[in-house]
Ligand binder design. Structure first.
Ligand SMILES: Nc1ncnc2c1ncn2[C@@H]1O[C@H](COP(=O)(O)OP(=O)(O)OP(=O)(O)O)[C@@H](O)[C@H]1O
Ligand SMILES: [Mg+2]
Length: 242
């Protein structure tokens, strides 16, 4: 579903991704963990076409390849918007729109869905994240945890092939973080839900619970890939993470 091959990315002189490689299958829940500054956010942003990189390739789905050293064609970026959802630490909702409008916006603008149909789907997704009753609230009227659940509903709305989560709970207090993790847990456990999920999180107990595969990033390289049970074993790669 997603294949990252030898990706190199510089920020100025700093080699932030240093030949990173990993593969994520359809329906898989993959976690990327690693020390602060190891390149986790940068890698997600490269996969999502938000940043260019200098070397290597990133394949998403069957027909889309991003190549290092060249700007992604507009059509590829559009295709990415339709096939990869992203959930950020800071929610990034449109402040002037209601929860419902935020969730419906992608299908209307990126997929050209009729507004009525998009809003009906958006309502179902808000129900799914436990916010059906708050469809008409603006982001400022919602708690951080509720805003993040709206952001997850928004990412789901384009029916993506993959969803990338970058520290989705780290801006939240423990109670709200647990509410958001519950939604992600439910998606991970839902047999019907076939999108690949990639989660970057410092919440290691949550990662251990939901991830199928763990990738440890260290200084811009994937230093370890393995099943969660092995990654979290006593004395294993996660415990020994620098
Ligand atoms: N826009 C930028 N300009 C220059 N350097 C950057 C930029 N964005 C990130 N970096 C650098 O790239 C490296 C990797 O950053 P990145 O945000 O990907 O790390 P991370 O693993 O997500 O860390 P954290 O766990 O703190 O979120 C860091 O050294 C960071 O300082
Ligand atoms: Mg980060």
């Amino acid at each position: 579903m997603i294949t990252v091959t030898n990706v190199v990315k510089y920020h100025g002189p700093a080699r932030v991704l240093d030949g990173a490689s990993l593969a994520i299958r359809k329906g898989e829940v993959a976690a990327i963990v690693g020390p602060s500054g190891s390149g986790k956010s940068t890698l997600l942003r490269c996969i999502n076409g938000l940043e260019e990189f200098q070397e290597g390739t990133i394949d998403v789905g069957d027909s889309l390849t991003l190549a290092g050293g060249q700007a992604a064609p507009k059509a590829a970026l559009l295709q990415l918007r339709r096939s990869v959802g992203m959930v950020f630490q800071s929610f990034n909702l449109f402040p002037h729109m209601t929860a419902l409008e935020n969730v419906a916006a992608g299908p209307v603008h990126a997929l050209g869905k009729p507004r009525k149909e998009a809003e009906a789907t958006a309502k179902k997704l808000l129900d799914r994240v436990g916010l059906g009753a708050r469809a008409d609230a603006k982001p400022a009227q919602l708690s951080g945890g509720q805003q993040q659940r709206v952001a997850i509903a928004r990412a789901l709305a384009v029916n993506p092939a993959a969803i990338l989560f970058d520290e989705p709970t780290s801006a939240l207090d423990p109670k709200m973080a647990a509410e958001v993790m519950k939604v992600i847990d439910d998606l991970a456990g839902d047999e019907q839900f076939q999108a690949a999920m990639v989660i970057v999180s410092h919440d290691l107990p949550a990662v251990k619970r939901i991830a199928d595969t763990v990738h440890v990033l260290n200084a811009g390289r994937v230093a370890y890939t393995g099943p969660a049970a092995e990654a979290f074993a006593p004395g294993g790669p996660v415990e020994n993470m620098e």
